[in-house]
Design a protein around this ligand. Structure first.
Ligand code: CTP
Ligand code: CA
Length: 235
């Protein structure tokens, strides 16, 4: 009955979700990256499409199998990006025509200051190679800054703590910097979070109040988050 009630509850809603992890090049064959596979963002894209939304997935270097699961679902439009700067321009274009903007992508906070034209060689670098990194723009904060009336901007916050109170405290501090309509807090670490099938999240609103909580598969968490989004769109 719950499944049936959800069918088509996002009819007419345009949703864009970013997923995966950006890669910041060092030279033509190497990059600085992270462990994100894009599973959570792909689950949100697939669930939203199933519930009637027209969905765009901005995919940053998704795990191959995860990308296949989305491509197999023809209802989802996929835009591929690699770096944080590419993700920023794609999201800026897409957010202009979408009602709901969800940022699950693990955006690299820093990128190499210089990108070598050719492969970095040991003979040139010697025994020690020092790479200088510069800050990337905060894509989510930028999207919040240009948010249109009625548009919902949703962020994720990855923290390496398993203590719920600490997760909430870190999430509320982050929310003060981001100003997202909803911020989804989750624990990540060496074993939890990135790449895993099961997850546990707490969702807070712009004022830092807890509005939802979910645990289970990334698909179950996606549906719980879409419930919170649908409830907000309805009022
Ligand atoms: N994010 C972003 N642009 C960045 C970094 C992060 O849009 N340059 C987004 C992520 O997609 C996520 C949210 O901001 O929706 C929180 O990302 P997170 O890495 O948890 O927070 P940061 O603000 O980067 O803080 P820190 O990594 O220092 O904890
Ligand atoms: Ca970060």
């Amino acid at each position: 009955i719950v499944e049936e009630a959800r069918v088509a509850d996002l009819d007419g809603v345009r949703l864009v979700v970013s997923a995966g992890g950006t890669r910041e090049p060092l030279d033509p064959v190497r990059f600085v990256g992270n462990r994100s596979t894009g599973k959570q963002g792909a689950a949100i894209a697939l669930s939203a499409a199933r519930r009637g939304a027209s969905v765009t997935l901005v995919a940053a270097e998704l795990d191959g199998a995860v990308l296949q699961s989305v491509v197999a679902e023809s209802a989802v439009r996929v835009v591929s990006v690699s770096t944080a700067l590419e993700l920023q321009s794609a999201m800026s274009v897409e957010s202009a025509s979408n009602d709901v903007v969800v940022m699950t992508a693990a955006v690299a906070d820093y990128r190499p200051a210089e990108v070598a034209d050719g492969k970095i060689k040991k003979d040139d670098a010697g025994d020690e190679l020092i790479v200088r990194l510069v800050r990337n723009p905060d894509v989510l904060a930028g999207l919040v800054a240009v948010r249109r009336a009625g548009q919902l901007v949703v962020g994720f916050a990855a923290e390496t703590t398993h203590d719920r109170a600490e997760l909430l405290a870190l999430g509320r501090t982050k929310q003060r910097r981001k100003g997202a309509d909803l911020l989804v807090l989750n624990s990540v670490g060496w074993t939890a979070g990135f790449g895993s099938d099961d997850t546990e999240v707490v969702v807070i609103d712009a004022e830092g109040r807890e509005v939802a909580e979910a645990r289970g598969s990334k698909h179950e968490v996606a549906d719980a988050l879409l419930d919170a989004i649908a409830a907000r769109l309805a009022r």
